[in-house]
Design a protein around this ligand. Structure first.
Ligand SMILES: [Fe+2]
Length: 106
């Protein structure tokens, strides 16, 4: 199920067990963990070199950078809300360096 509001895609999903493939991002994805838990293995998008493993619990929010690939594992069915900006030229703008891969600087 997806709600589409112009270029905004809001996708509540259910995740269970290991997602079958690494998903390579071409833009930032925002994750809001709604229930249960997902463990994410995050690697460099191009080289596959591991960068992080994060555990998301209910209420956790993560901004997945535009230059990563990721694969999730959920011990039981969990709810995850994914938000993406579907503006068509975003992948080109990230690849050129016009936009930073991380949407937040701490
Ligand atoms: Fe992704």
């Amino acid at each position: 199920m997806t709600s589409v509001c112009q270029q905004s895609l809001f996708c509540p999903t259910t995740e269970e067990f290991v997602l079958p493939v690494f998903h390579g991002n071409d833009r930032v994805e925002w994750f809001l963990q709604l229930s249960d838990q997902i463990i994410w293995d995050i690697a460099d998008k191009d080289t596959g070199e591991p960068r992080a493993r994060i555990t998301m619990n209910p209420g956790d929010v993560a901004a997945m950078p535009a230059d990563i690939r990721h694969k999730g594992f959920s011990q039981k069915r969990s709810m995850l809300l994914v938000w993406e900006n579907a503006t068509p030229d975003l992948p080109k703008r990230y690849e050129s360096g016009e936009l930073p891969a991380n949407p937040i600087q701490f």
